[in-house]
Design a protein around this ligand. Sequence first.
Ligand SMILES: [Zn+2]
Length: 166
Amino acid sequence: MHALTEAGIRRSLVNCSRSEAAAMTPPRDLAARDWPSLDVLGWRDARAELRGYLVHEHDGGVVGIALRAADTKMSSRRSAMCLLCHEVQTAAAVSLFTARRVGEAGRNGNTVGTYICADLDCAHRAQEVPPTARHLDEDAQAAAVAERAEGLRQRLAAFTADVLRR
Ligand SMILES: [Zn+2]
């Protein structure tokens, strides 16, 4: 994705009020990010425990989605899969997030929910060789990573389309 500024991120948020967008705490080190390799910028709000954000390029523009994490954690003895990057990890590292829909649906309390890595750092996990491909040669591993990143982009686009649907 293209590099974003703090102001650009605030402007990109589609499903929260102006005051909520103003209260958003941006991620640290924005200028130091490796933007071209990022498919999505995701982070938890350092000053609002349950808030998080996913910002990515969608339909030729930049769309930022404000999320709210469920305040109950799942057991660390079980495993769970992030439904965006498909990383399987302990259930405590995955959280149920809800996003308010845009427009009237959102004002009426309509939300979209899904299980996502609790730290919202799916972009970096999708760049790792999946466990199922670790025994393969370099080319096959690169193909597995490319497929994984493509899967993340598709699932993210579907999630965003759901939030934007009026
Ligand atoms: Zn994830």
